[in-house]
Design a protein around this ligand. Structure first.
Ligand SMILES: NC(=O)c1ccc[n+]([C@@H]2O[C@H](COP(=O)([O-])OP(=O)(O)OC[C@H]3O[C@@H](n4cnc5c(N)ncnc54)[C@H](OP(=O)(O)O)[C@@H]3O)[C@@H](O)[C@H]2O)c1
Length: 280
């Protein structure tokens, strides 16, 4: 199947290339997704049957208060997927796009199913929700896969953020921290990039119905529990203390409870098993 991966140098883009080794994998240097003419020309030339879009604007705090950054977030997270979905539909290709647990308000206490009510509490979440809506409006054969708290091999892109887990390990191993206060009042579903890439492949191979899917590992945890599990697996001796999110003031509000329940497919392995795979 002729496949294009966009956002190839990101964390997820790297994992996708392992699972789709024959895909044409492109990053911004080869194809700037803001150049609508170049995007159209690429589709015309390559005639893809499958397009996987792992490119995104992910700077949650930067786009909250800066109008120019907000505009970029909406362009990359909503207008770009709209064009990609439209081109895919016009040539009968399957389109895969990724979204976030931040489309939810996070004020409940039950895991969110794919059809649960959305209500983002920050600009980044609004831009990701706008992308979901745009792709759904276009229609065609598409998969929108929501994930959360991505971890795995670091992305090669300059914009790739160091994952939370890698940050924790870095603070202890490289910076030499022996004590850490870690947020315990935000709960969600960690997602291991290779597991998400395999989940994506299974949707395509099994020709699953178009729609929204939750592609996180099973289970839930706070940042505090997530970090403690990583330290235990890495046999690192560090004293951790739980704290509230107000201990680390940030521009963008975070939703408190965003656990993703995958109610449409077989459950993925637990985040603990995936983390053990990553760390050991
Ligand atoms: N990371 C998380 O914890 C998390 C949580 C929830 C949802 N998600 C979603 O998961 C997906 C993958 O995220 P990720 O963390 O793997 O992303 P990432 O590491 O931040 O990578 C983003 C990619 O987008 C590319 N990109 C940015 N602007 C572009 C442009 N104008 N044209 C072409 N490419 C451009 C970057 O290319 P350059 O290398 O050239 O800059 C980079 O390869 C995204 O949809 C994200 O919103 C991630």
């Amino acid at each position: 199947m002729k496949t294009i991966i966009l956002g190839a140098k990101g964390m997820l883009g790297g994992a996708l290339q392992e699972v789709f080794p024959n895909a044409l994998a492109l990053d911004r240097a080869e194809l700037d997704l803001f150049d609508t003419g170049a995007v159209e020309a690429l589709f015309e030339k390559e005639q893809p049957e499958l397009v996987i879009n792992a490119a995104a604007y992910n700077a949650v705090d930067q786009c909250e208060e800066d109008a120019a950054q907000k505009e970029i977030a909406f362009r990359l997270n909503s207008e770009v997927p709209k064009q990609l979905a439209t081109l895919c539909k016009s040539m009968g290709a399957t389109f895969v796009h990724y979204s976030s647990d931040y489309v939810f308000a996070g004020d409940g206490s039950q895991p969110h199913a794919e059809a649960s009510k959305t209500g983002p509490v920050n600009v980044y979440g609004e831009s990701k929700l706008a992308g979901e809506q745009a792709v759904q409006e276009v229609g065609g054969q598409y998969y929108i896969i929501r994930l959360s708290r991505l971890f795995g091999k670091e992305g090669q892109s300059e914009v790739s953020k160091r994952s939370f887990i890698d940050t924790m390990l870095y603070l202890v191993k490289e910076v030499g921290k022996t004590e850490l206060s870690i947020v315990d009042d935000e709960v969600g579903s960690p997602t291991y990039a290779p597991d998400l890439a395999a989940f994506t492949k299974s949707l395509i191979e099994e020709k699953a119905e178009s729609g929204i899917y939750h592609g996180a590992n099973s289970g839930e945890c706070s940042w505090f529990a997530f970090a403690n599990e990583a330290f235990a697996l890495a046999s690192l001796d560090v004293k951790t203390t739980p704290c509230g999110s107000d201990a680390y003031p940030r521009a963008a509000k975070r939703p408190a409870y965003t656990t993703l329940n995958n109610s449409k497919r077989l459950p993925m392995r637990s985040w603990q098993d995936a983390l053990a795979d990553y760390i050991t």
